[in-house]
Write a protein that binds this ligand. Sequence first.
Ligand SMILES: [Zn+2]
Length: 219
Amino acid sequence: MLYPPLCPVCGRLLVRGEGLICLECRMELPRADLHLTDPSIGHQRVIANAPVERTAAYFYYKRDSSYARLIHKAKYNGRPSLARRLAAEFAGILSAEGFFDGIELIEPVPMHTFKKWRRGYNQADYIAAGISDATGIAVGDHLRASRTHSTQTHLGAAGRWINTKGIYTSAHDGEIAGKHLLVVDDVLTTGATLTRCINALAEASPTTRFSILTLAATI
Ligand SMILES: [Zn+2]
């Protein structure tokens, strides 16, 4: 094994059968259940500026909380498989609730080629793959990141909105016309990135419908 079987949240050694995270951390996982709240935080952050039908996020994410490690390990510490397994787990829960009914294609938020080369992977690709593992829905490739943007970690809503302007474009080839797409990313913060992606796709293909899924949502 490449990694010892440690809980990525608390660091304790995992016992057989615990799976991805330890039982205690799983019990205390701050479930977001955005798809069950009405109107959801996801809708409030994205729907004002983009045509979104359903939103889902697995858990709430607070910077420096122990659960933030799940995202950080997947994103920066070379463990994208963690994102894939978490996404598959969440998709299994949502699937039973009918969340994916009618959704035909999963579209990961893209990462600029240079950044992807430097990091070695785009964590959103792994999240898309995990959802596909659990649901059998195909992963599409209809979004492009035309340039990198500076880090958004310390930016507020207005700053993120400006920072993401003009980054995402659609590689629409007619395949997405009339389809219901699920756009996926790791964290829903202000919604700027997902909104930009959906707007790019919607502009190229006005008959396409959209829902969103992220692993985490900031509080
Ligand atoms: Zn733990």
